[in-house]
Write a protein that binds this ligand. Structure first.
Ligand code: FES
Length: 207
C-alpha cells in the first residue's frame, strides 16, 4: 500500500497533486476582476493608475464643459428670445434745444448680466420743432462703425472707411449703400422716447 504524499492534496478524479498556486496579482477575492493587490505586477499597477487618471481626466473635462455651458444654458432658458423693439426714454423734451443734433445713449431694459456691450445702444437725436424729433442709429450702414456728428459741416462722418451722410442721414460719399437707419421717436408725458431694438440696428430702415 502506497502512502499518501504529505505535500500533495487531493484534486479532481481522486488523484493527488500540488495545490493550485494563487496568482500574485488580481482581485484578493479571487473573482478575476481587475482589482490589484499590494505587491501586484508593475504592469497591472500601471494599468490601474492609467484607468484612474483617465477617470479623473474625464471628470475634469465634464466639469469644465458644465461650467462653460452655464451662461449659454442661462441665456437659452432665462431670457426670452426677443426681436420686438422697445421704447427707451432718453430725456425730457426741454433737455433738447431746437435744431441741435445730440447723441443719446440708452441701455436695453431687459439686459442680463452677461449681455455686455450688446446691451448698450445710442442714437443721434435732433429736435426739429417744439414737439417733433428725428433720430438716427449711430451705426454706419456699411459695416457698423459708429458715426460722429460734425455740426460745422452738418454731416455725419464714419471714421472707418470714410462714409459721409448728410443731416437727413442720406449717403453723400464713401462705401455705404444705404442711408442711416431712422428710429421712431415719440413724446409721452414730457419724455422723449426712442423705439429701438434690444441690439444695435445696422440694416434697413424699420418699416
Ligand atoms: Fe462706415 Fe465703412 S463702416 S464707411
Amino acid at each position: 500500500m502506497t502512502s499518501k504524499p504529505s505535500m500533495l492534496y487531493r484534486i479532481s478524479g481522486g488523484r493527488f497533486g500540488r495545490p493550485p498556486v494563487k496568482p500574485e496579482t488580481g482581485c484578493p477575492g479571487g473573482c478575476g476582476c481587475a482589482r490589484a493587490v499590494a505587491g501586484g505586477s508593475g504592469i497591472q499597477q500601471k494599468a490601474t493608475r492609467r484607468n484612474f487618471l483617465g477617470f479623473v481626466g474625464v471628470g475634469m473635462a465634464g466639469l469644465a464643459a458644465t461650467l462653460a455651458g452655464i451662461p449659454i444654458i442661462g441665456a437659452l432658458f432665462s431670457t426670452p428670445a426677443r426681436s420686438e423693439q422697445i421704447w427707451h426714454v432718453v430725456g425730457e423734451v426741454d433737455d433738447f434745444p431746437v435744431d441741435e443734433t445730440v447723441k443719446v445713449e440708452f441701455v436695453d431694459v431687459e439686459a442680463v448680466p452677461w449681455s455686455g456691450p450688446a446691451a448698450r445702444n445710442a442714437a443721434w437725436l435732433r429736435r426739429t420743432d417744439e414737439e417733433s424729433f428725428i433720430a438716427f442709429s449711430v451705426y454706419c450702414t456699411h459695416v457698423g462703425c459708429p458715426v460722429s456728428w460734425r455740426a460745422g459741416a452738418s454731416l455725419f462722418i464714419c471714421p472707418c472707411h470714410g462714409g459721409v451722410f448728410d443731416r437727413e442721414g442720406e449717403v453723400v460719399a464713401g462705401p455705404p449703400q444705404s442711408p442711416l437707419v431712422r428710429l421712431d421717436v415719440r413724446v409721452q408725458d414730457g419724455d422723449v422716447q426712442i423705439l429701438a431694438s434690444p441690439v444695435p440696428v445696422t440694416g434697413e430702415r424699420p418699416s
